[in-house]
Write a protein that binds this ligand. Structure first.
Ligand SMILES: [Zn+2]
Length: 88
């Protein structure tokens, strides 16, 4: 199921320069989180929860620091702070 952001990129034919922010982070226990923010300032985040392994996708208003909540177990999945604008 991980691949939702890939399909958004394909669907919209996005160029990296049109992304406000785009990152993929590996987390503990095989978890990961990928965040894509476009000029609409909406963050699309897909994740594999490091606590329960649930794979989910959420859209939320973009703000920093950014975190998503696992829909299954309620764990907060933080996107580690970055230095640059894009580091994907
Ligand atoms: Zn979870």
């Amino acid at each position: 199921m991980f691949g939702k952001i890939d399909s958004i990129i394909k669907e919209k034919n996005l160029k990296p320069s049109r992304c406000v922010y785009h990152t993929m982070r590996l987390l503990e226990n095989g978890g990961k989180v990928r965040v894509l923010v476009l000029s609409d300032r909406i963050a699309r985040a897909e994740y594999i929860c490091p606590k329960c392994g649930f794979c989910g996708f959420v859209e939320a208003e973009w703000k920093r620091p950014f975190s998503v909540k696992c829909e299954k177990c309620g764990a907060t999945i933080k996107v580690p702070k970055l230095k640059g604008k894009k580091d994907f």
